[in-house]
Design a protein around this ligand. Sequence first.
Ligand SMILES: [Zn+2]
Length: 312
Amino acid sequence: MLTTLLFMPIIIDASGGIWSYENIKQWRRGNRYCAGNLQSPIDLRFNISTFDSRLKQIYLEERHPPEKVELINSGHTVQLNLKNHFVLKNIAPGSEDFKVEQIHFHWGHANNDNNGSEHLLEGQAYPLEMHMVTYSSWYSNIRDAMTNTRGLAVVGVFFELSEEPNPFLQPIVDALAHIRSEHQQTPVRKEFNLKALIGEDRMARYYRYDGSLTTPPCYESVIWSVLLDPVQLSFQQLHAFRYLHDAKAHLITNTYRPVQKIGTRKLFRSFHSQNIHEDKIIRISMKENHGQSLTYNMKSIAIFICLLTITQ
Ligand SMILES: [Zn+2]
């Protein structure tokens, strides 16, 4: 069933400016945090990372099985609201639980299957990246949490192309066909299983660093965990994301921010080098091919807060 949102998501960011992926360089004008030293995304490189034995497998616990979850075209991404259904455990040793607020996606352009993810792995992008946005249970809601150090924890999940469609992603892909226009939303089939889509084993191996929201107002309040092992999706499934439209009926494409400097920050990893699959070792050894292939042909007129589109 197709419905149109009666209540629009936030269209003005918290600092009062409208932003889009077409003018990323302007973000810092109205949002001082966007020019900060703890910004995201970053290029995740093994050779600058440090193994931290305290980083254990993150665990996604289902609290209340969702009766119905809605997928929303917010004009710059698609977002699945999961309020009150899941919590993340084991973000840090002895840390509090983090409540899952929503998941959303970042992708590229129909003419380029190489780019789309926000984070890079060894200088290379993936065609799609999913963000699971959570907030500390010390706070009563995400708005209060997002302005506080380590108030948010976001899990980044890369997707890579494969021959076969991913059945766990299909309920979302099917829903995309019903929300081609901005502000449309539609229920996702009940079979959708977030835990199965991510896979429990994947939550054991990740990079960890302190960073920010990847869209204005760029608050530097995020504990980032980017999973090392990508999830698979077929070309047809990827294609479905590229046919969504924004308010101006433009295709929503290239919804990613270029990587930011890591600066003096530490990049940690939860895995030993010997635990990396062979293909990852090859990827890591491709030192000579580190040219960042991000294009800056940002067409999307994105006027919503990426990580923070909160539809109440
Ligand atoms: Zn995001």
